[in-house]
Design a protein around this ligand. Structure first.
Ligand SMILES: [Zn+2]
Ligand SMILES: [Zn+2]
Ligand SMILES: [Zn+2]
Length: 89
């Protein structure tokens, strides 16, 4: 793992990809999103902070699930919310 990773990111052995290229929460409410992140604790896919509803951040705070992976094609990175740590894989 790259510099700046934390124990949460180091604990991710097999990175979970998105089950679908859609934000689970935005689909429910009919909202739009910009980019997608996949929770590495439960596999849920949610929208990024550039999206109006910021569901990935809300999910991390509400659930205590720390690490997301980018769900964008061609992007290979992990982010830990509590540690604000970032790592490519
Ligand atoms: Zn962490
Ligand atoms: Zn969303
Ligand atoms: Zn989760």
């Amino acid at each position: 793992m790259a510099d700046g990773s934390c124990a949460h990111i180091s604990g991710v052995k097999n990175v979970l990809g998105p089950k679908q290229h859609a934000c689970d929460e935005c689909v429910k409410i009919g909202a739009k999103w910009v980019h997608l992140r996949t929770c590495q604790s439960c596999g849920g896919t949610h929208c990024c902070d550039s999206s109006p509803n910021r569901h990935a951040t809300k999910h991390a705070k509400a659930s205590g699930h720390p690490v997301v992976a980018s769900a964008e094609r061609g992007e290979r990175w992990l982010y830990c919310y509590p540690d604000e740590a970032f790592a490519e894989y």
